[in-house]
Write a protein that binds this ligand. Sequence first.
Ligand code: UTP
Length: 235
Amino acid sequence: MKNTVIKIGGSLLFTDDKEIDKKKIHNFCQIFKKMEYPGSIVIVCGGGKIAREYINAVRSFHGSEALCDTFGIYLSRLNSKLLISSFQDFAYPLVPKSIEELSIALLFGKIIVMGGLQPGQSTTSVALEVAEFIKANELVILTDVKGIYDKDPKKFEDAKLLKTLTYEKLQKLILNSSGDKQAAAGEYRIFDAVSLQILKRSNIDVRIMSGEDLKEFEKYWNGEENISYTIITNE
Ligand code: UTP
């Protein structure tokens, strides 16, 4: 039995023009449909750019950060529902809204797609909570860069991809790079503080790789080697 959690950043589901990337969603679902999997698969979907638009609007109305977070949660659930519609019968039809609802969904043996759970965290934290709950062998985080870098690759051309990271090194990196905005709605980074705490107690191997080009993830899913990613482990 091999249980896997995959987190897909919401931004990956949209084109630069904020249109739904139907082809990519279709291709993503096809990767899982192609082969029988000997365990549970839970996909955790993020909110993406549209969530951030809503969050910015609510913030401009002086809504609290917790209220902004709830918009992120709704949008991540809507994105999840979109993936479910593409999976058709392969996926459990409802989006679990709690770990308890997830435990019921797991009984059906289908792919489960879910979004946020409660304010104050990111969908990466959800992915870790789920991975801990289902005793996942691995967690794969698909994002818009190739993994974790020593500095922001979108700002620094000389940023280096870190191939391996221990929990301790990751903690240092988060502390050094996180400004005040790190824990604001819509601004949680690839790894936020809540995610780090769960990671430390649950001992899960986490791979962070690009989901821009699904060919890379497909190769990984099919057991091929030579894929660039960051692996975070306890040693
Ligand atoms: P994420 O920030 O996790 O989405 O969730 P994302 O798609 O991974 O982000 P990008 O686009 O790839 O960068 C969207 C927002 O939803 C709220 C937070 O405000 C978060 O920033 N959220 C999500 C919660 O409050 N609780 C959750 O459990 C999950």
